[in-house]
Design a protein around this ligand. Sequence first.
Ligand code: SME
Length: 179
Amino acid sequence: MTIDALTRPVASPERSLMAEAALDVPSLPKEAAYALLLSHAGAVLEGTPDPITAMSTMSCLLRQGFGHLWVGFYRVVEPGALLRVGPYQGSLGCLEIRFGSGVCGSAALWRKTVVVPDVSAFPGHIICDPLSRSEIVVPVFDARGELIAVLDIDSEHPAMFDDVDARCLEQLVRWFARA
Ligand code: SME
């Protein structure tokens, strides 16, 4: 599949095929890779009302596109108190995380993106996969501004994530706040 094909909006009958296609972006500069991924996600998800479908699709695109160790969502199941794992790709994730616990729980509590260049230096970091060296967690809000989930991405490389990732991933999860 060419980059041109990936960026073209797709007609509805092709959407299931598009969702299965890998997005091969590692050779691109990070900003360009995200621009392609955002465009692809928008085309694939157009008309989809289901947030779980969107979480599954975004997890797939991010993992396939960037090759990260673990990509997925923790959903708010008790507001202000508890996250439970949702759609993800990678090794077995912890099932539940309390607000304030680890990186995910901290991002949920603070309602802010947290970039962790060295997970061993983050107090209370929860080890799901011992290969994880750095991570980013982005809060996900609905159209009313309620926190509904966090997007968690882990890398086996130290200091993998920066402000560009934060900005672009925040843009990606704005899909959940569309009216
Ligand atoms: N590293 C996370 C736990 C979740 S897993 O990595 C999948 C944290 O400390 O919040």
